[in-house]
Design a binder for this molecule. Structure first.
Ligand code: 4NP
Length: 160
């Protein structure tokens, strides 16, 4: 079976998208689906390329049993639009930036990750970078909700 590939995207790739990747991987493992997917994350900006996730995000994720400490930030590349089935943005600004650079000839379906959320009505995962601890918890709650929804949606309507 061909794998379904998902790229999570935020601005810096040190807070929201790495934890979206970590939480999605954990959910796949929970459902025994880890071998059916390729998962990665990236930022629209290159400021933090090569860096580990923000220490506050690493700590909040670790408290929920999710280790994202070994992930390293990278910027979205043109190749990503060809490699991934889904490129899922954390907010509208990320999505707009992706749409601006999308060569349009790749296979990637671009969208907002929270479109898959089942409990949250919000469309954007708020950037926690300049805020307090609560923001990091909210990010995890939101990406967990969306991960459940995305897995359900793909099981009902497989892409391959
Ligand atoms: P992220 O958060 O997009 O969720 O990784 C941010 C990380 C860094 C910055 C902004 C947002 N920054 O301005 O450096």
């Amino acid at each position: 079976m061909t794998k379904t590939s998902v790229l999570f995207v935020c601005l810096g790739n040190i807070c929201r998208s790495p934890v979206a990747e970590g939480v999605f991987r954990a959910k796949l493992a929970e459902y025994g689906l880890e071998h059916d997917f390729e998962v990665d994350s990236a930022g629209t900006a290159a400021w933090h390329s090569g860096n580990p996730p923000d220490s506050r995000m690493i700590k909040t994720a670790a408290n929920r049993g999710i280790d994202i400490s070994r992930l390293r930030a990278r910027q979205v590349t043109m190749d990503d639009f060809h490699q991934f089935d889904f490129i899922l943005a954390m907010d509208y600004e990320n999505l707009n930036n992706l749409q601006e650079i999308d060569p349009g000839i790749g296979k990637a379906l671009l969208g907002l990750y929270l479109e898959y959320a089942q409990d949250y009505q919000d469309k954007e995962v708020p950037d926690p970078y300049y805020g307090g601890d609560e923001g990091f918890h909210t990010v995890i709650n939101m990406v967990e909700d969306a991960a459940e929804g995305l897995i359900k949606s793909l099981q009902n309507q497989p892409v391959k």
